[in-house]
Design a protein around this ligand. Structure first.
Ligand code: GDP
Ligand code: MG
Length: 163
């Protein structure tokens, strides 16, 4: 049985940066073409001795239309349903926003395994900010910096039991 991991959360928290780090490709190579909507991207991720399928949820940034809200919820549901475990990402520097709470509600309702990721948590300020994520009701936030590659050992430890 192979492991599948979904990355969900509001736009701009660093989901694609984490996806790209896990599949070990540069952002520029796999970044979405502007204006092209691809709601989910699949990649083969490597983390230590773990190999798994990772799903990046996107397509929220391109163009606001009246179906945006429904599309966001639908693609988040679909990614969670396809995955063994979900990484719910928030921005530790921005703090918790109403949109984070909205996504957290979707994740909680799915009643599937979830790891809460406090991204952009590089440095001391980030670690302090990560604690705010407790309020999302999804357990202890795992501080990470997708951009700087910090916290990946702890992410490995959190994912390893699902492999
Ligand atoms: P997405 O919309 O959730 O996929 O977010 P992106 O991966 O596109 O990242 C949004 C912005 O956050 C980009 O400018 C990234 O460079 C930045 N970013 C992503 N990860 C980190 C991180 O760990 N630390 C900091 N400081 N910035 C980050
Ligand atoms: Mg993205």
């Amino acid at each position: 049985m192979s492991l599948t991991v979904a990355i969900v959360g509001r736009p701009n928290v660093g989901k694609s940066t984490l996806f790209n780090r896990l599949i070990r490709k540069r952002l520029a190579i796999v970044d979405d073409t502007p204006g092209v909507t691809r709601d989910r991207r699949y990649g083969e991720a490597h983390l230590g001795d773990l190999t798994f399928t990772v799903i990046d949820t996107a397509g929220l940034e391109e163009g606001i239309d009246d179906s945006l809200e429904g599309r966001m919820r639908q693609q988040t549901h679909a990614a969670i349903a396809a995955a063994d475990v979900t990484l719910m990402v928030f921005d530790a520097r921005a703090g918790i926003t109403p949109m984070d709470e909205h996504f957290a509600r979707i994740v909680r309702k799915a009643k599937r395994p979830v790891i809460l990721i406090a991204n952009k948590a590089e440095g001391r300020a980030g670690l302090d900010a990560a604690r705010e994520g407790f309020s999302l009701g999804l357990g202890t936030p795992l501080p990470l910096s997708a951009e700087h590659g910090e916290g990946l050992g702890d992410l490995y430890d959190a994912l390893e039991p699902f492999a």
